[in-house]
Design a protein around this ligand. Sequence first.
Ligand code: OSB
Ligand code: MG
Length: 373
Amino acid sequence: MKLTGIELLRVELPLVTPFRTSFGIEHSRNALLVRAVTDVGEGWGECVSIDEPSFSSEYTDGAIDVLRRFLIPPLMGTDVTAIEVAPRIAAIKGHRMAKAALETAILDAELRSTATSLASRLGGIASSVPVGVSVGIRDTLPELLDEVSGYIEDGYRRIKLKIEPGWDLVPVRAVRDHFGPDLMLQVDANTAYTPVDLRHLVKLDDFGLTLIEQPFDEEDMRSHIRLRAMSSTPICLDESVVSARAAADAIIMGACDIVNIKPGRVGGYLEAARIHDVCAAHGIPVWCGGMVETGIGRAANLALAAMPGFVLPGDISASDRYFDHDITEPFVVDSGSAMRVPTGPGIGVDPLPDALAAATTWREWIPATDSAG
Ligand code: OSB
Ligand code: MG
């Protein structure tokens, strides 16, 4: 198929609750959407970068710049299939979130043109997948317990608490004591700890956690290996796993028991599926991470999470956990903490025109004539 144009859109969706992590606080989601226009129809992708380079080195203004100047031009006006996208832009280093959004938009267009769902393209088999909710750092314990209670009433059976030095053992103990041993509970530090914290983190073993996610710096494999040897809590990597190769290396060197797969972080859904396969071959359970996506990114994440190795609940919560008004039909969680996988062509959802228009703060149309040879 021929790529004839790309539209970049920024949308701003206010969050129903501010989301605080060890690396910052967000009051609204400023998402970047990519609409690929081809001779066989169009497709959508969402770039999961955030405003500042604080989760990883990527940030949204940078993603727009690299898409416009380096990633879109080599593809524009040419014949392209989704599997060719990554090799054709591989000379550009890094920028995996930007690459993922572009590849997803092209993949969505391709799949829609053959009425194939993304889930079936990736080898997804589940019609519904287990999901949980990621709970930000709060100012007080009562606020945290209130927030978690609300999610449990909504149907969630798996809670992930964001932690950082000074907000770890006490909130984890409070949630475990208040909601009891049956609640599936895990924590995510987003790289906030250093090797001097190793013995402190072992104390989390008392709380029956499903996993601890990325306690140390993304490049600090050694501390993850050491913690894994000292602690009985399973170690999960997020930020460190930027590719299937990185996943294989982390597993072989004994740095993790579990892998969080985020398509944006690894350059797209095709690489994400490869990570699934690498992990499956090693008996490593995986789950689908989240980056506070709009309905566009959420739909695609559900398709990925339908693959058989996704045995742990994903960070794929209902639209109303994040936004009053999503830009797609809202996603809902059922009373059993599960969410349906879209079955329609491509990612299976479309932006609602009015909701998209209301949320859009900026758009740029990049036609083929600008750059095609
Ligand atoms: O580390 O998993 C993370 C959100 C933004 C940036 C990083 C992370 C998160 C989450 C998932 O915890 C939140 C969600 O999408 O539900
Ligand atoms: Mg994480």
